[in-house]
Design a binder for this molecule. Structure first.
Ligand code: 4NP
Length: 161
């Protein structure tokens, strides 16, 4: 596949705030590539569409529910930067359709737009799920559902890319 960063496969996870879903995906994917001994082949990052939480650690609920599954969810939030990120990343993985519309609308050309994929594209255990729902206003069940879906998607990404 095409790689743009030191011959590594570069993957950027996107959600709205970059404090719940995408930093969790970032941590799960990092965990998987370390577990398979292929971390040196990947560059993984995450970013948000909004700038409300820039510089902050992830939501403490996602940090805690992630920790219970063995993930270190500790990315500091940053905002998606179309000029830089479409250049730098091979794949830009979004969590829902609002994310998809927003990020593709910022793509400078078709090649960049084709880098944007949905997390649902990689699900194998949740074939009827249509997105990774935002757990921010939810409870423990919502955070665990997001993590279940994210684990499914990240395993699919690892098996596909
Ligand atoms: P995320 O969740 O997109 O999964 O990080 C959200 C976090 C914060 C907000 C929205 C979604 N917010 O509006 O502040």
């Amino acid at each position: 596949m095409n790689t743009t960063t030191n011959d590594k496969i570069s993957i950027l996870f996107i959600c709205l705030g970059n404090i719940c879903r995408s930093p969790a995906a970032h941590a799960v994917m990092q965990h998987l590539v370390e577990k398979c001994g292929c971390a040196d082949k990947y560059m993984i990052d995450s970013a948000g569409i909004g700038n409300w939480h820039v510089g902050q650690l992830p939501d403490k609920r996602m940090r805690e529910f992630g920790r219970l599954r063995g993930y270190n969810v500790n990315h500091h939030a940053r905002q998606f930067d179309a000029r830089r990120d479409f250049e730098l990343f091979d794949k830009i993985v979004v969590m829902d359709e609002d994310n998809y519309r927003n990020i593709t609308s910022q793509a400078p050309n078709k090649e960049a737009r084709n880098k944007v994929v949905r997390m649902t594209d990689f699900f194998t255990k949740h074939p009827s799920a249509t997105c990774v729902p935002d757990p921010y206003y939810g409870d423990a069940e919502d955070f665990n559902l997001a993590l279940d879906l994210i684990e499914d998607g990240c395993e699919g990404i690892l098996n596909t890319l």
